[in-house]
Design a protein around this ligand. Structure first.
Ligand code: UDP
Ligand code: MG
Length: 316
């Protein structure tokens, strides 16, 4: 019988210092899989690195025929890099993982075991993580909020580190939205999902590519991609404000009727009310604008990514 293949989808952006030790570790995992009669295929997606990472990847591809390097024409972002990797992967199962050794390669073996036991999506959930306090706090709030308002149950404290069976891969490839939140999509497709717990390591070299601003964009993509609750909240907010203003109107009338000599005081109140409503209106416009921007991006229908070259033995 022909051996089954596991494809590793490995997004890389400016990981010059760490990529060789990553490769060393992941090839060990490859050997462990081989001992278990599984072939491996490694797909690196070079997401427009500017620090010489690409040359290191090309060297790796030259040495090992199981390695392919997909070179993007520029930096497209982590989620798009993963998407391209999935498009290219040919294995019976695909493992997506970061290339900074924060996702421990040893956990891959557990994902594979879950897959062999029948899981079609095996995702790695962080039991602990060694990141900054801010990162942990924001992640905590983000996952709780997302789950409270999204229609799809998206497991908390789970990154993109996961194994997908071929069936799940084909399903995910059908999602071509431009603002992508891959772990949400992977939950949305259904199938038999299984959770594997692990301890997320520290980044040993280089820096995170998700500073606060990018995390904010990432969470907006997640929320707007998987929930229309913000839009629905707008009308609730409108009703609340209308109700408050009716109370105000009644108050003014009652004072006019019962004590006509007393003028309802307060131009400061009028100013505050104007600013209050102005603020609400701008916020609401921003929310609607966010959804419109997504409609706009979809209607432009630009390609998700452009590949400038593919390196490695197998170019099919
Ligand atoms: N990455 C990428 N493109 C980007 C940013 C990051 O391909 O624009 C890769 C990066 O090389 C790493 C993974 O995505 O393998 C996760 O990024 P990072 O470690 O910076 O995120 P964090 O672990 O801090 O959330
Ligand atoms: Mg990382």
């Amino acid at each position: 019988m022909k051996q089954k293949t596991i494809s590793f989808v490995l997004p890389v952006y400016n990981e010059r210092e760490g990529i060789q030790s990553f490769w060393k570790e992941i090839s060990k995992t490859g050997r462990a899989l081989q001992a278990d009669s599984l072939e491996s295929e490694f797909i690196f997606i070079n997401d427009g690195s500017t620090d010489g990472t690409l040359d290191l990847l090309k060297d790796i591809a030259q040495e090992d025929p199981r390695v392919r390097v997909i070179e993007f024409s520029r930096n497209y972002g982590h989620q798009i890099a993963i998407s391209a990797g999935i498009d290219f992967a040919s294995g019976h199962a695909v493992i997506i993982m970061d290339t900074d050794l924060q996702d421990p390669p040893a956990v891959c073996l557990e994902l594979v075991r879950a897959w062999r036991e029948g899981a079609e999506v095996a995702f790695a959930k962080r039991r602990t993580r060694k990141d900054s306090f801010m990162k942990k706090l924001t992640a905590r709030i983000f996952y709780r909020l997302l789950n409270a308002i999204s229609d799809t149950h998206i497991p908390a404290d789970v990154g993109d580190f996961r194994l997908l069976d071929r069936k799940a891969v084909e399903a995910m490839k059908m999602y071509r939205e431009k603002h992508r939140f891959m772990r949400g999509i992977s939950a949305h497709i259904g199938f038999r999902q299984k959770e594997i717990l692990f301890d997320r390591d520290e980044r040993t070299t280089g820096v995170t590519h998700y500073p606060f601003k990018k995390m904010l964009r990432f969470s907006t993509d997640a929320i707007m991609g998987f929930s229309s609750v913000p839009l629905r909240l707008i009308s609730r907010l409108g009703m609340l404000v209308s109700f408050l203003s009716i109370l105000g109107i009644i108050y003014v009338f009652v004072v006019k009727l019962l004590q006509p000599q007393q003028v309802v005081t307060g131009w400061p109140f009028v100013m505050v009310a104007i600013f209050f409503i102005g603020g609400i209106q701008l916020t609401v416009l921003g929310i609607i604008g966010g959804y419109i921007a997504r409609i706009y991006a979809e209607s432009q229908d630009r390609p998700l990514y452009i590949i400038s070259a593919v390196h490695g033995a197998d170019r099919s």
